[in-house]
Design a protein around this ligand. Structure first.
Ligand SMILES: NC(=O)c1ccc[n+]([C@@H]2O[C@H](COP(=O)([O-])OP(=O)(O)OC[C@H]3O[C@@H](n4cnc5c(N)ncnc54)[C@H](OP(=O)(O)O)[C@@H]3O)[C@@H](O)[C@H]2O)c1
Length: 217
């Protein structure tokens, strides 16, 4: 896939900045979207790569060829609704996990069933929503090393899932077609199990591996 401009909406945060660093290193021009364009600009500069820029959510969504959403569940719908018109016809990769503090190590599914369902509601029919990255540790993405975790990619548009798997690969991870967007609920729910296991086994890096399959080239 041609590596053009990729917006990371919430790219000043833990997950988004890890993805930004890795995608910039693989040749993408990364647009970090934020509520505060000035702060995003300073943050992008602090990452020390000439192909990472900071700007507002709207500017990043407008200029990006595709976008990744990395914001807390509580702000997911508002951020998507605010930028949806700029994402028409584009792929939006949603990484949101519907955690409900304080019991984040217990699966608590939201009323609509999954965060992905809220993403579709907020984005509207014109945006090609795919769900991915829920099970990968932001802390590991911040480092340059190999990451012992696979990424489940769910979505109703096979071409959009393919694009997402290519983006996942550019982050140094293996992505798998894991079915329609309705299946996102399983990946979202798994995150609470991983948080529980991190606490139980005193780690911060629990992940998942799919075995018995060879990825498509
Ligand atoms: N952390 C992980 O290891 C991890 C792993 C997998 C999935 N996830 C999921 O990925 C998403 C992001 O996680 P994170 O840990 O990166 O979150 P985070 O660091 O707490 O926040 C990410 C960014 O979201 C923006 N934001 C925060 N509150 C907002 C609000 N009220 N309205 C609009 N934007 C707001 C902020 O950007 P600005 O201040 O620049 O606007 C912030 O830098 C979450 O849904 C999380 O469940 C996280």
């Amino acid at each position: 896939m041609k590596r053009g401009k990729i917006a990371i909406l919430g790219g000043t945060g833990a997950l988004g900045s890890g993805l930004a660093r890795r995608l910039a290193a693989s040749g993408w021009h990364v647009l970090i979207g934020s509520r505060d364009a000035g702060r995003a600009g300073e943050f992008a500069a602090s990452l020390g790569a000439s192909n990472i820029e900071g700007m507002s959510y709207a500017e990043a969504a407008e200029q990006g060829d595709l976008a990744i959403l990395t914001v807390p569940f509580a702000s997911q719908s508002d951020v998507i609704a605010a930028v949806a018109s700029h994402l028409a016809g584009k792929v939006l990769i949603d990484a949101t996990v519907p955690l409900k503090p304080p019991k984040v190590s217990m699966v608590q599914l939201p009323e609509a069933g999954s965060a992905a369902a809220y993403a579709v509601r907020a984005a509207g029919a014109e945006v090609r929503v795919v769900s991915a990255f829920q099970n990968v540790s932001a802390q590991l993405l911040q480092d340059d090393g190999d990451i012992d975790c696979d990424v489940l990619v769910t979505g109703d548009d096979a071409e959009a899932r393919d694009m997402t798997i290519a983006v996942v690969r550019d982050c140094g991870l293996r992505g798998w077609h894991a079915g329609p967007l309705a299946n996102s609920v399983a990946a979202e729910a798994l995150t609470s199990l991983l948080i529980f296991m991190n606490r139980t086994y005193k780690s911060g890096h629990a992940g998942i591996r799919i075995t018995g399959l060879e990825p498509h080239e």
